[in-house]
Design a protein around this ligand. Structure first.
Ligand code: F6P
Length: 324
């Protein structure tokens, strides 16, 4: 029986995490539980930085990016000793169950705790959208819209000067953000980690776009692409006469993580946060609360951490057709 439950955010922050914290806390309170927040992810679980959270403590945060609890990547928690210390903290504070809001690494940690017999449920949250068990994760929509706004702006200045822009977006080893930003932003070429695009191919696409009278060209490059933005930029510089366009590079980086969450992210976070608490209340431990086919769905953490998420590669062909 749960009387006291805690929530933590872990790994890279994602817009919508605050809305998820709020949903977990208020849903837990509605169950009659006392609610707590762990500061700075698993690191805080090891050091014991746990604070009580009431309904008012999570008021006014839903529209803010980042996470009010702070987050961290904790190498210590990856060790058995670290995990045992975390478990000790939970027991010392008489916390009966935990909700972990985060992406791949965070859910691996949640799985490890659940394998130690501790009641834990995950909430799918990462801008990378690389987590099995959820078609879409908290933060993706906001990060995508930030990338899109940047691309739209770059097109304006690019058109004025007949330039091509290389735009690097985040996503770690997953091309989802780059692919979607490229399609929605009308990119001429998209380079993602899942498939090699040789720099010569991109040069040919740019040169062809120039010959066909396009006033600008956009190449969206995922940070994990096999030939990254720096390599592509160097290659383009050596072929500038073939390309026609002048070339510039913009690395969006962490800018994508800092925005106010969109309505879609706030709604997803609210739904998944409330769902996670319901799973705990039902005694359904060791699951991830995700969104599959537009609906709340529980996937065993064991499956989440062992099954890589795949990307619909046919979208790359669609992007090519749209770039004519
Ligand atoms: O996982 C989210 C993410 O933003 C990735 O897209 C990126 O590779 C990584 O985190 C950056 O990590 P850090 O914030 O530690 O620099």
């Amino acid at each position: 029986m749960i009387r006291r439950a805690a929530v933590l955010t872990s790994g890279g922050d994602a817009p919508g995490m605050n809305a998820a914290i709020r949903a977990v806390v208020r849903s837990g309170l509605a169950q009659g539980w006392q609610m707590f927040g762990v500061r700075h992810g698993y690191a805080g679980l090891i050091s014991g930085t746990i604070v009580p959270l009431g309904a008012r403590d999570v008021g006014g945060i839903m529209q803010l990016g980042g996470t009010m609890l702070g987050t961290a990547r904790s190498p210590e928690f990856r060790t058995e000793d670290g995990r045992c210390r975390a478990l000790r903290t939970l027991n010392q504070h008489e916390i009966d169950a935990l909700v972990v809001i985060g992406g791949n690494g965070s859910q691996q940690g949640a799985y490890a705790l659940s394998e130690m017999g501790y009641p834990v449920v995950g909430v799918a949250s990462t801008i990378d959208n690389d987590l099995s068990g959820s078609d879409i994760t908290i933060g993706v929509d906001t990060a995508l819209n930030i990338a899109l706004e940047a691309i739209d702006r770059l097109k304006v200045t690019a058109s004025s000067l007949e330039r091509a822009f290389l735009v690097e977006v985040m996503g770690r080893d997953c091309g989802y953000l780059a692919l979607m930003a490229g399609i929605a932003g009308g990119a001429e070429a998209i380079c993602i980690p899942e498939i090699e695009t040789h720099p010569d191919e991109v040069v040919a696409i740019l040169a062809d776009s120039y010959r066909r009278g396009k006033p600008h060209a956009i190449v969206v490059v995922a940070e994990g692409a096999q030939h990254d933005a720096h390599e592509l930029a160097e290659h383009f510089a050596a072929h500038v006469d073939d390309i026609g366009f002048q070339l510039r590079t913009t690395i969006l980086g962490h800018v994508q993580r800092g925005g106010h969450p969109t309505a879609a992210d706030r709604l997803l976070a609210t739904n998944l946060g409330a769902g996670a608490v319901q799973y705990l209340a039902d005694g359904q431990y060791g699951f991830l609360a995700g969104n599959i086919g537009g609906k709340l769905a529980a996937t065993p953490l064991a499956e989440v951490v062992s099954r890589p998420k795949t990307l619909d590669m046919s979208l790359l062909d669609l992007a090519g057709i749209m770039a004519r």
